[in-house]
Design a protein around this ligand. Structure first.
Ligand code: CAA
Length: 379
């Protein structure tokens, strides 16, 4: 756990090199233009990062969640908008297809997802169901060999770029709310599924978060992932993996904040010396480094458990809770160390500050992580 294997070291170094040369130089542009450059998405495909956790027989790298976390940390250190796109694709779409998909679903989708020919999204949240995910009202009704979906999903990360969306819908309104939900694979371009409003966000602006509107959207019954009315546990288990991804993203953002803070503290001279010589600054750096080390260990532990097929819901929530708080702590301290300059676009501290904020919100807000942890501990 404390020393990476040769294989994981190679994977990390490849991701780090890509982040240094391709992401860091573009991250500000991605933020300002609210867009990820297509050549970045293509390069991610060449490196095999879209299919990291997809088995080799379907064209993936056949690696696990630990490898994914390590890659996500590096990518997010470079550009959090790109990083979340890779995280959502791998953990919220490829992973549940691999786990619950029929042979036909796997054959149809995993090779395209592994190459990046098709990007993935996950549609759970609705205007009336955020933290209370099971309160969703988007409805699918059976009609012959198909289901017809009506309703609206919001905050669909990558929704406007995705070739395939995993959509959670209510298939049975007459049972307790979490018991009547099913999951469907809906390809982009299916008549009746329309990309709606794109949100203008505070951070990770290169990653689109859109509304998806379903109006008589007909999907074949064979596109159901898992069993009828058993979609909610799939959504929750999938989020256990996704939360490890967002925790890894948080560590990457925190690491970028630490590096920016150190760089600035070494050159900014006040009272006759670089501010890095002052104990007040040194304490901030020490706290940032310590929290990052602890967060990274929580992420690796949760990923390792998931790879071992052990229950990891609590550990994933702990990793996300602590790592996202660490990202925000480090972003705040990084900006503070930069002083007024950090509050402008002369430095990337302000973008990191904005990017960090979402990590405490998406894939389960901080308070939901506490709820998951407390329920597990008290059970
Ligand atoms: N794994 C497998 N099954 C699970 C599970 C898990 N981790 N957690 C719960 N379940 C199962 C339960 O066993 C139960 O199954 P049965 O029906 O068989 O009994 C069922 O799911 C219902 O569980 P709960 O009673 O715990 O459900 P709840 O309504 O109390 O909700 C919650 C629990 C933790 C609050 C959940 O609603 C939740 O996680 N909310 C946050 C939603 C969230 O994270 N949204 C993120 C949106 S996606 C996103 O953000 C993507 C992006 O943009 C990047």
């Amino acid at each position: 756990m404390f020393e990476l294997s040769e294989e994981l070291t190679l994977v990390r170094d490849t991701a780090r090199d890509f982040a240094e040369h391709e992401l860091i130089p573009r991250a500000t542009k991605h933020d300002r233009e609210a867009h990820i450059e297509p050549e970045v998405l293509a390069k991610i495909g060449e490196l095999g990062f879209w299919g990291l956790t997809i088995p080799e027989q379907f064209g993936g790298a056949g690696l696990g969640n630990l490898a994914l976390s390590i890659v996500l940390e590096e990518l997010n250190r470079g550009c959090a908008a790109t990083g979340v796109t890779v995280s959502v694709h791998n953990s919220l779409l490829c992973s549940p297809i691999n786990k619950w998909g029929t042979e036909e679903q796997k054959q149809t989708w995993l090779p395209k997802l592994a190459s990046g020919e098709c990007l993935g999204a996950y549609a759970l949240t609705e205007p009336g169901s955020g933290s209370d995910a099971a309160a969703m009202v988007t409805r699918a009704t059976k009609d012959g060999d198909s289901y017809v979906i009506n309703g609206t999903k919001i905050w669909v990360t990558t929704g406007s770029m995705a070739g395939l969306v995993l959509v959670y819908v209510r298939t049975n309104p007459d049972v307790p709310k979490a018991k009547g939900i099913s999951a469907f694979l809906v390809p982009a371009g299916t008549p009746g599924m329309k990309v709606g409003k794109k949100e203008m966000k505070c951070g990770i602006r290169g990653s689109p978060a859109v509304e998806l509107e379903f109006d008589g959207c007909r999907v074949p019954a064979k596109n159901m992932l898992g069993q009828l009315d058993r979609g909610f546990p799939i959504a929750m288990d999938t989020l256990d993996g996704g939360r490890i991804g967002i925790a890894a993203q948080s560590v990457g953002i925190a690491q970028a904040c630490l590096e920016e803070a150190i760089k600035y503290a070494k050159v900014r001279v006040q009272f006759g010396k670089p501010i890095a010589h002052f104990q007040a600054i040194q304490h901030k750096i020490a706290d940032m480094q310590t929290k990052i080390d602890a967060a990274r260990m929580l992420v690796h532990k949760a990923a390792w458990l998931r790879d071992a097929n052990e229950p990891c819901g609590r550990q994933a929530a702990e990793a996300k809770l602590f790592a996202s708080q660490t990202a925000n702590f480090c972003a705040d301290e990084c900006l503070q160390i930069h002083g007024g300059a950090g509050y402008t676009d002369h430095f990337i501290a302000e973008r990191l500050f904005r990017d960090a904020r979402i990590t405490e919100i998406y894939e389960g807000a901080t308070d939901i992580q506490r709820l998951v942890i407390a329920r597990a501990v008290l059970a």
